[in-house]
Design a protein around this ligand. Structure first.
Ligand code: GLU
Length: 305
């Protein structure tokens, strides 16, 4: 397996040249576009890694899967889905358009920014501090990494430049889709996006979703089966921005990417996969990371379809 992973990383490194690291969050410009790494953790808890799997990056939109799971555990599902939809948007992740033009003011799904701001607003806690602590401790638990933390520089950078998210959040508040203090909701959203991980952390979290919410080592049920199923379904339909359809055809694995260059993939009942490659295509997906997953899926016949 390690030989296969090394080979896949080596042959796909060149694709980084055809993309660019995210620059709209200034701090993300500092990533090394050439980096490419992968980690797989299988259902026997075997860990296989190659390339830059130890490099740290911010989780960005991959966090939307975890926050969705938290929102579904903290609230009635019918309440959650009265505030955010279940349909792919077909628009860029940060689009504001459909909030005004659709016949409903609720965001299409929880994987786009507007929808994720809604799920973040549904996290329970008496204060922002308590919500932040609950969030961080949940991320630490499911990644089995007590050292996970917020990258302060990225958080500050997002906060400084996040006016588009701010605009969306105020519109959502105006339309009664979110309630409470908008700045606090956004603060929590910027923090969740700025949690620093590596490919191993993403593989570990991906494995939990792949294993329907049961911790492979301890047998503890961390998430309900239905929540794990819902999150994986959103990963298939909306996880890879507006190229989720093409990704489903070419790779066929539930996956979620982020503009930090991470991709988390969950092969049901088989494995969790974390990929890192910060050079992005025009849609915001890791350009080489997608190629890596495409090759891996072909070689190991991982498509769920
Ligand atoms: N923090 C980023 C934003 O809100 C996340 C975007 C992403 O990874 O898709 O723009």
């Amino acid at each position: 397996m390690e030989n296969l992973l090394n080979h896949i990383i080596k042959t796909n490194k060149k694709y980084a040249n055809y993309g660019q690291v995210a620059s709209y969050i200034p701090e993300l410009r500092k990533s090394n576009a050439e980096d490419l790494g992968i980690c797989i953790i299988d259902k026997n808890n075997k860990i296989y890694c190659a390339g830059d799997y130890k490099t740290k990056f911010t989780i960005q939109s991959v966090s939307k899967t975890i926050i969705l799971a938290m929102a579904l555990m903290d609230n009635d599902w019918s309440y959650v889905f009265s505030k955010v939809g279940m349909e792919p948007s077909g628009d860029p992740f940060n689009s504001i358009m459909k909030l005004e033009t659709d016949d409903t003011t609720k965001p299409c799904n929880p994987m786009i920014n507007a929808g994720a701001i809604v799920t973040t607003s549904l996290i329970k806690g008496d204060s922002l501090k308590e919500k932040e602590e609950r969030m961080l401790s949940f991320f630490r638990k499911i990644s089995k990494n007590e050292n996970l933390n917020i990258n302060k520089a990225v958080y500050e950078s997002e906060k400084l430049t996040g006016d588009r998210n701010r605009a969306m959040a105020y519109l959502l508040k105006n339309d009664g889709v979110i309630a409470g203090d908008v700045d606090e909701i956004l603060d929590l959203y910027f923090k969740q996006c700025s949690i620093e991980v590596d490919a191993v952390d993403l593989a570990r979290i991906g494995l939990l979703f792949a294993n329907y919410g049961v911790d492979i080592e301890t047998g503890e049920r961390v998430l309900s089966e239905s929540v794990s199923r819902m999150v994986k379904t959103f990963m298939v339909t909306c996880g890879m921005y507006d190229s989720s359809g093409e990704f489903a055809i070419k790779v066929g694995i539930p996956a979620k990417s982020g503009v930090g260059g991470g991709v988390m993939a969950s092969v049901p009942k088989k494995m969790g996969i974390g990929v890192y490659g910060p050079s992005l295509d025009k849609k915001g997906n890791s350009i080489a990371g997608i190629k890596v997953l495409e090759d891996l899926s072909k070689q190991l016949e991982l498509s769920i379809f």
